[in-house]
Design a protein around this ligand. Structure first.
Ligand code: GP9
Ligand code: MN
Length: 700
């Protein structure tokens, strides 16, 4: 019986689908034949349809007006057509189903939906006032979904402008009552109208989708830049995507738990996580740690001079004075900055699906701030951007930071803006005041400062100060001549941006020294990921021919074949450990990954994470392997490309196929286990099961 009903249902859906398809085809053909006539005819039809379906039109109007108002009052994108089309598509789709309901009940259906959609706008309006961002279902478990109760005591939760969204709903209800009184509502369910509305929704969706850019689609998939998504996709699509993204990790974690736990246990049993004592063990135990997360700082700028001028003199100086790792690779996935923060602090890899900071913020991680807190450290982070970016205000708490100084803790003046937000110069200056306070009250401390100015697209060139990416020389008549070189390229702009970030960092160093803030403090610097610069700009940089303002010939002995492998190898970023009082003046050339940072620092500062996937570089030395989220890996000997199954030998030593096989197996296991730790919350589960085991034993 049920089977029969199901079949009937499926057949009916198929039939409707075929009808919709046929309708779209005929419409399209008609349009092709005579577009002018088509538009004229349709316009008349739409007018007639509106007059005949007043309740539907009223619902669509109010439900599209509210999100438009929300965008007006929050992100101020007044004349954006894209979010309007997106909202309209969704509302037409919802409205279409109303035609499958008897007219008597149809109004209740529309009012129900309208209340729900208005509620979404209303909540987001309040949320935006407090957090300058939009709410997310995935944050339901945290207090940040709705405004903290504490806030409501001191400030008004509702503002008059938040109530404006309900005006439409009230008018809609009154209008429906009026229509009822006028006996306008009659007839029965209407499949034809349903199909027409679905087609209208489809047309809006089509026009919306064709206007989307790759960047917009990419950001939509990541879902972390909530403000941006709402400005392009509208609040309804944003929330639909938010729902999918929030449920996805929960669904994935429902399956395969037992297998994951088994693999996790055997992996850590076999793995020898103990670092042997070495020269660096406990070297800096008990000292303050100040970490600089340097946005998009690549390693090739260290020591680089353009036309005799150093690109990054201050970072280069620190690298020379300190302990400098010049083959350090970040291991980021779609979570870029946040992935770096995660891996640096936990020695785990980014997840296969979604971003740890956004989708798996509620799992348990063994992190550097937490481990140091156990040793009496005070922990904090500083970043002058919105606290909601990358869900930092939630995830920094989870990672164990006692305090997160975000945008609201800084004065962000308009003329202090570079790129994404507050300039590094101003950020550092304002942070020093906080650092003085912290250092006076809390010793030892662990702090992370996340810079911002050196962020793609590096287009604020007029704000970066004087740095020329061109070359000067003399022509045959000894006349000064300028060669364009990298001027006008993205790489050229990047170098200007780095030069600015370096200057800001240099000023910060000077002030820190003046204020005596480096006493008993170790400075740690890492570049958070590469700057995603075009390969051809590097080809130009390394093969520039002044004579032709083009490239050297490939036969030229000076020609450097900057191929895809070189590009990948060049993505490394600097990692530096520096103290004012004990210059180490040492460069470590062994390959190292972001996941080796925690074990290496752990050895120096006296803490251990038994779930770390990386190694203390002073223990593993030249045997290290850096695994990337896309399964590529690099050792001192080989760069392996997993997509192509090919590799580049980095030394003259012959490469044994067994070596490749072993490294591939190692990489595969490591990535699986890391992903399982994140998705299935295995550290928490493991701890819970060993706690209950201990309890059982002691009870017996
Ligand atoms: C955002 C900043 C940049 O606040 O950290 O993030 P990214 O785009 O590099 O991931
Ligand atoms: Mn970044």
């Amino acid at each position: 019986m049920i089977k029969g009903k199901c079949k009937k249902g499926i057949d009916s859906i198929k039939k409707t689908g075929r009808k919709v398809g046929k309708k779209i085809k005929t419409e399209f053909n008609e349009f092709k034949k005579d577009p002018k006539q088509f538009i004229k005819k349709r316009w008349l039809q739409i007018k007639k349809a509106c007059a005949n379906n007043k309740e539907f039109v009223a619902f669509v109007f109010v439900s599209v007006l509210n999100p438009t108002l929300l965008r007006f009052l929050t992100v101020h994108n007044y004349f954006a057509i894209k979010p309007l089309l997106a909202d309209l598509s969704i509302v037409l789709l919802i409205g279409a189903f109303g035609f499958l309901i008897r007219p008597k009940r149809r109004n209740a259906y529309y009012i129900g939906w309208n209340i729900f959609l208005t509620l979404l706008c209303f909540i987001n309006s309040i949320y935006y006032t407090f957090y300058s961002s939009f709410s997310s279902i995935s944050l339901l478990s945290t207090s940040r979904f709705v405004v903290d109760v504490g806030d409501s005591v001191t400030e008004n939760v509702f503002q008059i402008k938040d109530l404006i969204y309900w005006v439409g709903t009230i008018l809609l209800i009154l209008y429906y009552r009026h229509l009822k009184r006028k006996k306008y509502i009659k007839g029965s369910a209407n499949r034809k109208k349903f199909i027409h509305s679905i087609v209208a929704a489809g047309v809006c969706t089509f026009f919306f989708v064709i206007t989307l850019t790759g960047l917009e689609i990419g950001r939509f998939a990541k879902q972390w830049n909530r403000e941006y998504i709402v400005t392009v996709f509208g609040i309804y699509t944003y929330h639909a995507n938010d729902l999918v993204q929030s449920i996805k990790p929960k669904i994935i974690s429902l399956f395969g738990y037992d297998k994951a736990m088994k693999q996790f246990k055997s992996y850590y049993e076999e793995r020898n996580t103990k670092s042997h004592k070495n020269k660096y063990t406990n070297m800096y135990k008990g000292k303050n740690i100040l970490v600089i997360h340097a946005e998009s700082l690549q390693d090739f700028v260290i020591g680089l001079k353009i036309n005799g001028q150093e690109v990054a003199p201050n970072f280069t100086k620190i690298a020379k004075e300190g302990l400098y790792f010049d083959h350090f690779y970040t291991q980021v996935s779609v979570g870029t900055s946040s992935d770096s923060e995660f891996t640096f602090n936990t020695s785990l890899m980014p997840s296969y699906n979604g971003t740890v900071f956004v989708s798996y913020f509620d799992r348990e991680y063994v992190s550097t701030p937490k481990l140091l807190k156990e040793k009496g450290y005070y922990t904090f982070s500083m970043h002058a951007n919105n606290g909601t970016f990358w869900n930092r205000n939630v995830m920094h708490e989870n990672l164990g930071y006692d305090k997160f100084y975000s945008k609201s803790d800084y004065d962000v003046e308009d003329d202090d803006i570079i790129g994404l937000g507050l300039s590094d110069e101003s950020f550092f200056k304002q942070s020093i005041a906080y650092l003085k306070e912290i250092s006076a009250k809390n010793q030892p401390y662990y702090g992370t400062m996340i810079t911002l100015s050196n962020h793609t697209p590096f287009s604020d060139t007029e704000k970066y100060g004087e740095f020329k990416a061109s070359l000067t020389g003399k022509d045959s008549n000894q006349k000064q001549i300028e060669y364009p070189y990298l001027e006008g390229t993205k790489l050229g702009n990047y170098l200007k941006s780095v030069h600015y970030a370096d200057k800001a960092f240099g000023e910060f160093m000077e002030q820190m020294k003046k204020d005596g803030l480096f006493k008993n403090t170790v400075l740690v610097i890492y570049g958070d990921h590469d700057a995603r610069l075009p390969k051809n700009d590097f080809v130009r940089m390394y093969n520039y021919d002044k004579e032709t303002d083009g490239l050297l010939s490939k036969d030229d002995e000076k020609y450097f074949d900057f191929d895809n492998y070189q590009y990948e190898l060049n993505r490394k970023t600097p990692f530096i450990v520096w103290t004012q009082d004990h210059p180490m003046k040492k460069t470590v050339h062994n390959v190292m990954g972001m996941y080796d940072a925690q074990p290496t620092l752990g050895n120096m500062f006296g803490f251990t994470n038994s779930y770390a996937l990386g190694h203390d570089i002073f223990d593993i030395k030249s045997n290290n392997i850096v695994v990337f989220p896309n399964s590529n890996w690099v050792t001192n000997k080989v760069y392996y490309n997993a997509q192509k199954g090919e590799y580049l030998a980095l030394t003259k030593d012959p490469i044994n196929e067994d070596y490749i096989k072993e490294c591939n197996e190692y990489a595969g296991n490591l990535l699986d286990v890391s992903n399982d730790v994140v998705v299935y919350d295995l550290i928490k589960k493991e701890r819970e099961s060993s706690e209950s085991y201990t309890e059982e034993v002691s009870n017996n």
